[in-house]
Design a binder for this molecule. Structure first.
Ligand code: CAA
Length: 696
């Protein structure tokens, strides 16, 4: 027996208890233990109960084994071995039975769960499909249509729904092993034997072609969900043995695909990114009462995020009227949460009664543990606010600015307690977006950094450490790839071709759709701000200024790169934009060149990777994975590529560097290759090597 599966004979029932913390992943030792336990049980017991120790049943295959040579026994063989047992095998489920975990459960003959349990096949989120019988057994139990929905969404299905669907046979309150044993005894008492799902009739076919087309469209380049549909289709045509072979073949194509590597990179690093080695053993400061300066869109979003996390929030505005407007914004968002069932009415009532207040006096912040300033982006304004905070806040209060690009060092240096100051860069809408950049200034104390990360955790955000520079990690890289897109427009591409190429790459929206949504006045203000210090060699799109000068700021004015009609979703290309671009090309004497879809994607991505490499080299991001998580959670980067630097590794750094040098032949000001990229290529290393502690 392996230690990962404990064996205990209780009367006629052999209990196989998984003990592989933290989530009872089905690693090699667990698989071996299951087979050995089954063999022993078949020699001395009348039924077998499979259950998890700790807080869960099997949460899936061991993802850490992915990419390593597969070791026998494989999970499909384990599930088939369980299914073919001459003894009735029962699963008792608590916590989560996910992926391979649910596949083991479907290999067993009877399934009982506690009401809080969840089941699901989330493999598509790892770039693969359920490869241990999930696409064959689940449709036999619940039909092809429902199986398609559950497998392609990867969602967690609650016990009550799983019972209704027939995935579970019984749901019962109580200690999971106790209810499992009692259920197994009832099965024995009733004289019931094995009930293999694999021997159930094949499910009726559905319109798989339409489902496949829809999944490809929804996936925006992600192939796993559509491939899973083809595997489910096999269940309707093949017996279980052939169906499992078909599933295995499709599984292996996905398993060996770069998308699987990208998705697994995202899975581990969204968990790793907030665990900073430098914060080991550093205790965060107390965090209960939060102050928010400013009741605009950002301030209100931050206040709501904090309130939903159970924190006490005091909002401060410049006068009573502005405070009232800020409170109203908070109220509208919270009421929306109640309507959507995200917040209970009683919690809403409690928040409004005592958890939240909006006032017009800084003195209200004297007891705040942390104050987040979300006021106008102007250094003078920020400094005046921080001077007030310095005056009223208690000793040890963390003083944070939500600035998107201003120098946090300068803000910190302007008050008497620079060690308490950091940047907390939220993304709009702040109560929805997952990313939080924790901007660490030169003097920021370690426990203040730890408190920034503690806030991120409390708000269930992905918190990423950033150093200080214009735009921090995300907006700095954005500025570069947006400039690259603008250059392509000046040289012959249209905004619509670029948006199409990048949504085909997997972004939810193209850069010009995003610009229209965010408001073109934001980029305009940035261009004006940077104009005095701009290098004369920098190419800047004048046509974009002309759009703004004409009062076209995107969606909010009904016109930008696209024209928006009231009541209609999305926009249609604005012909005036093409005319402005053509006029500018004529002014500059530029002859428009053709850009293919692939040219656009490649240039855009090379610009992103090159700037990202510089951000890492300068220490603004400590590791490549920090950049990857910022782009994934703040900028809509497609998860199946894992992030821009994972994408770069998967494409090959040598080719990327060669392309950057080729682009530099025409514009050696914009295309200056990153020294880090050069060193990595010279050493034959990858960005992931740096994530793993390597240096170049
Ligand atoms: N394999 C290896 N490690 C895993 C794991 C898995 N399947 N699932 C979770 N872990 C690790 C996490 O990386 C984390 O490690 P660290 O503490 O070192 O960061 C630890 O377990 C705890 O995980 P969470 O922080 O995510 O804990 P949680 O309580 O918030 O969530 C969970 C628990 C819902 C199980 C969540 O971890 C999860 O969704 N896990 C993945 C489940 C999954 O995708 N299963 C399918 C695997 S693929 C498969 O089974 C394919 C097949 O058919 C062959």
């Amino acid at each position: 027996m392996s230690d990962a599966i404990e064996y205990e004979l209780k009367g006629d029932i052999a209990v196989l208890r998984a003990n592989n913390p933290p989530v009872n992943a089905l690693g090699h030792a667990v698989r071996t233990g299951l087979i050995a336990g089954l063999e022993r049980a078949e020699a001395e017991a009348k039924a077998v109960l499979i259950v998890g120790a700790g807080h869960t049943y099997f949460a899936g295959a061991d993802i850490k084994e992915f990419g390593k040579p597969l070791r026998e026994p494989g999970l499909p063989g384990v599930c088939t071995r369980i299914e073919n047992s001459p003894l009735p095998v029962i699963s008792a489920i608590h916590g989560t039975a996910l992926g391979g975990g649910l596949e083991v459960a479907l290999g067993t003959h009877y399934r009982i769960a506690v009401p809080s349990a969840k089941v699901g096949l989330p493999e598509v989120h790892l770039g693969i499909l359920p490869g241990a019988g999930g696409t064959q057994r689940l449709p036999r139990v619940i039909g092809a249509e429902k199986a398609i929905e559950i497998i392609t969404s990867g969602r967690h299905v609650g016990a009550a729904e799983a019972l209704e669907l027939g995935i579970l046979d019984e749901v019962e309150e109580g200690d999971v092993e106790t209810i499992g044993l009692a259920y197994a005894q009832r099965i024995l008492d009733a004289g019931l034997g094995p009930r293999p799902v694999g021997q159930m009739p094949r499910p009726a076919p559905v319109d798989f072609d339409s489902a496949h087309v829809a999944a490809m469209k929804r996936g925006r380049g992600q192939i796993a969900p559509a491939t899973a549909i083809r595997s489910i289709e096999g269940a309707c045509h093949y017996d279980i043995t052939e169906g499992l072979e078909h599933e295995r073949a499709l599984f292996m194509t996905l398993f060996n695909s770069p998308q699987r590597e990208g998705m697994v990179h995202a899975f581990f690093n969204e968990r790793a990114v907030s665990k900073l080695p430098e914060l080991k053993g550093v205790e965060p400061r107390a965090l209960k009462a939060i102050g928010v300066i400013g009741g605009g869109t950002m301030g209100a979003g931050i206040a709501v995020a904090a309130l939903l996390a159970g924190l006490d929030v005091t909002m401060v505005e410049r006068d009573a009227e502005a405070a009232k407007a800020g409170a109203a914004r908070v109220n509208v968002i919270l009421q929306g949460s109640v309507k959507r069932g995200k917040l209970s009415q009683s919690k809403y009532d409690a928040i409004m009664a005592s958890g939240f207040r909006a006032l017009d006096s800084y003195d209200a912040l004297s007891e705040a543990d942390m104050v987040i300033e979300a006021a106008f982006e102007e250094m003078g304004v920020k400094k005046a606010i921080f001077a007030e905070l310095d005056r009223v806040c208690k000793k040890g209060a963390v003083l944070a600015s939500n600035t998107s690009y201003l120098d946090v060092n300068e803000i910190a240096a302007s008050i008497s307690r620079p060690r308490d100051v950091l940047g907390l860069h939220f993304f709009s809408p702040a109560h929805v977006m997952k990313l939080l950049e924790v901007v660490v200034a030169d003097e920021t104390a370690p426990d203040v950094v730890a408190t920034g990360f503690a806030l991120g955790k409390a708000l269930r955000k992905i918190a990423v450490r950033s150093g200080v520079c214009d735009g921090f990690i995300g907006n700095r890289i954005l500025k570069t790839y947006r400039s690259c897109a603008d250059h392509m427009i000046m040289d012959g591409a249209s905004p619509y071709e670029i948006d199409k190429a990048m949504t085909d790459f997997g972004f939810a929206m193209g850069p010009y759709e995003v610009a229209d949504l965010a408001g073109l006045d934001i980029g305009w203000a940035t261009r004006k701000r940077l104009a005095p210090t701009r290098d004369v060699r920098e190419r800047v799109a004048r046509y974009a200024d002309k759009m703004c000068e004409a009062g076209n700021f995107g969606q909010k004015t009904g016109k930008g790169y696209y024209v928006y009609e009231a009541g209609k979703r999305g926009g249609t290309p604005n012909p005036e934009v093409i005319a402005l671009i053509e006029a500018e090309r004529a002014d500059l004497g530029v002859t428009a060149q053709d850009f293919t879809h692939e040219d656009i994607q490649r240039r855009y991505m090379c610009a992103m990777v090159n700037e990202a490499a510089m951000v890492v080299d300068e220490g603004i991001a400590r590791r490549p994975l920090d950049v990857d998580m910022v782009l994934l959670f703040g900028y809509g980067f497609p998860r199946h590529w894992g992030g821009p630097l994972k994408w770069a590794d998967l494409q090959g750094l040598e080719g990327i560097l060669a392309d950057i040098k080729r682009y530099a032949l025409a514009d050696d000001f914009f295309w200056q290759s990153s020294a880090l990229l050069e060193r990595l290529v010279a050493a034959g290393k990858t960005f992931d090597d740096l994530n793993n502690g390597d240096t170049v």
